[in-house]
Design a protein around this ligand. Structure first.
Ligand code: PXG
Length: 291
């Protein structure tokens, strides 16, 4: 039995899990999504992810045809039917079928709800031990006043362009700057630095998604009495930090040891980063919605 995908209340085999070519999610990137993870049959921060999904949908005036509780139930059913203990979960809501015009009013039916669960894909284990080398890229992060990065929309071209630029330069991940040149975030991760034992991360108004892993790191820091600041960061501050790391549902917490050719600290993952990685791993093993 193969992978089963949830579409609008029904389960389909992977090969039959399809949506219309007239779906505005495909035609215009008109829709929203969330990337969630489960660890040992516990879905981490499921409520928070679904809340963010509804906020993204609210802003683009997309009516999700289910309640948050119904989506949570559907996520759990999809995980159960596929028998995953550890999974990567993708919840996608598209505007649905319309015509060849971008007006969302032309999508007469309901929005389309898709839930895909699969094995997790993440950076090779080696990079968590050695740390990642990253570069800043020319593509500027979307301006909040144009397309707010808080909307986790199906249009990820801004991030994909940045990823292409990093890969073309021989790096796995890109640091995106905002239109003023301040550090915003990476293509699918938030960024933190450590300086004099304190944490700094760009505020969400700087073209930065309010990441759920980012929030979790801020909670851990609080519980460990480590000062954490949401503060604008320049490249200079990044280059001269003693530690740096990225946070995201897919990557979890990954150390950064080089930025634009500048060594960060000793060039090895730092002790605050390693402590946070350990604590994060504890939290994900003990907290979440059980299935
Ligand atoms: N910034 C951006 C632009 C993101 O897309 C994050 C930060 C981290 O947020 P969370 O809430 O996950 O801590 C994201 C999250 C993927 C993938 O398939 C992308 C994300 C999450 C999971 C998978 O590339 N983005």
């Amino acid at each position: 039995m193969g992978l089963k995908v949830y579409i609008n209340g029904k389960f389909y085999e992977k090969k039959d899990a399809k949506v219309s070519v007239f779906d505005h999610g495909l035609l215009y990137g008109d829709g929203v999504f969330e990337g969630i993870r489960s660890y040992n049959r516990l879905v981490f921060k499921l409520k928070e992810h679904i809340e963010r999904l509804f906020e993204s949908a609210h802003t683009i005036m997309l009516e999700i045809p289910l309640t948050p509780e119904q989506i949570i139930k559907a996520v759990v059913s999809t995980l159960k039917i596929n028998g995953f203990k550890d999974a990567y979960i993708r919840v996608v809501v598209t505007r649905g079928e319309g015509d060849l015009g971008l007006d969302p009013r032309k999508c007469k039916g309901k929005a389309c709800v898709i839930i895909i669960t699969d094995r997790i894909v993440f950076y090779p284990e080696r990079l968590y031990k050695e740390g990642l080398q990253v570069v800043t890229v020319p593509t500027v992060r979307n301006l909040p006043e144009a397309l707010n990065p808080q909307i986790k929309s199906l249009n990820y071209l801004n991030n994909i362009l940045a990823k292409i630029e990093a890969v073309n330069s021989g790096f796995e991940e890109a640091i995106m700057l905002d239109s003023l040149g301040y550090v915003a975030e990476c293509t699918g991760d938030n960024i933190f630095i450590v300086k004099r034992g304190e944490l700094y991360t760009p505020p969400q108004c700087m073209g930065t998604l309010r990441g759920i892993t980012r929030d979790t790191v801020l909670e851990i820091a609080k519980s460990k009495r480590i000062a954490a600041h949401e503060h604008v960061l320049t490249r200079h501050e990044l280059y001269n930090s003693s530690e740096a790391f990225l946070t995201g549902t897919a990557a979890e917490i990954i150390p950064v040891v080089k930025v634009d050719g500048r060594l960060i600290g000793s060039g090895r993952p730092g002790k605050t980063t390693l402590m946070l990685m350990k604590e994060f791993s504890k939290v994900t093993k003990t907290e979440g919605v059980r299935y």
